[in-house]
Design a protein around this ligand. Sequence first.
Ligand code: GUN
Ligand code: ZN
Length: 452
Amino acid sequence: MKKITFLLLLSILSFPLLGSVTAYRGSILHFLEDPAQSRVLDESYQYIEDGLLVVANGKVKYVGEYQDIAHHYPEHWIKDYRGHLIMPGFIDTHIHYPQTEMVAAYGQQLLDWLEQYTFPTERKFADKKYARKISRTFLKQLISNGTTTALVFGTVHPQSVDALFHYAQKLNMRLIAGKVMMDRNAPDYLLDTPESSYEESKQLINKWHKKGRLLYAITPRFAPTSTPEQLRLAGKLKQEFPDTWIHTHLSENLDEIEWVKSLFPDRSSYTDVYHHYGLTSSRSVFAHAVHLEDEEYPLLSSSQSAIAFCPTSNLFLGSGLFNLKKAKDNKIRVGMGTDIGAGTSFSMFQTLNEAYKVTQLQKYPLSAFEGFYQATLGSARALSLENKIGNFTLNKEADFNVIKWAATDYQKFRMQFADELHERLFALMMLGNENNIKATFIAGKKAKLHRW
Ligand code: GUN
Ligand code: ZN
């Protein structure tokens, strides 16, 4: 209590310096540790039935019991969200914005799906106007679904990334994105060269990386569409700009893996291809990792690389079942990814719903605690952004959602029969969708999409 009072007094006394202070009253849930790895489950999260979240200048200043501190604040500073759940913003660690228009493309597995649907769609992003239009639609989908940070693929066209960053900056989002590097095994109209991809990526880094909340990811599409020379130059870029991210695909589909073996016969595994070119690191995120061989786990772990678990995509493309437990047992950080457009929903609730089914098939039923950890702090850790986002500890950036426990008639009916916290959270995780997101706040400001 003493510490709390001190912090409060400090924030109130320094009010003129703090600028705008707002407080949000509601049930608050956030995570401090991975519930699956914490010795005491209760210590891995904080749940406050009647809580207050205090935000100043876009940062978290306090989270605690409403009754302990509310009297320090003028009433008009407090927004009343009683009956709702306040949670950190969701974090999507793998998504393709140009594929927003092609979710639910029928019938193919990865390599044919790329040829038949994906490459023709991505061709359209040579047109900057088109890229801007889809960027707006995409960001609206993220916000409507409560996703406040994402690691995003553009297309091979640098202007696709300009368009996305342009609007993400208007929203003040913490967003990581990059231009695809791809110099072989795709239609001519989508190919760059090792040199042009290096130069264009470098220009984009200089233009956007760390501009406001924006960050850059060096983005070779996947090993089959890059020559060794292009991967070498991607590694060189990473050396020149070590605080950028690496974002690519790994071990998603069995035919893809065979193909990688034939293209890189000297490498001991798919992971080793990336490792060899200097693309594994604490800021490297590999999407899928469904069919890793045993020797690849220690390589990912020792290089501190992270995996994006994309359950809706892995099921939709018939790719396979990601082994969450094995990755965690090997001390590999894992984030959640929707992988739109192979994924089938922008909603993190729906992504966790399918994650649950994937883990069930492996006799490891994902709890709602672990699920919501994964979608918030777990994903922040996978992106090495846990010092900035992912929970409500002091001075984190105030990205958060106000969530309706029940948004449809059936959800309301079902919730009547869920008493205990985990039961309620699990029903929300399995049944929730964008209708459950009442409001999304980015750096302390309510995102207002109708302004666009
Ligand atoms: N592997 C290479 N490109 C892609 C892509 O666009 N989507 C998915 N799911 N896997 C890929
Ligand atoms: Zn992908």
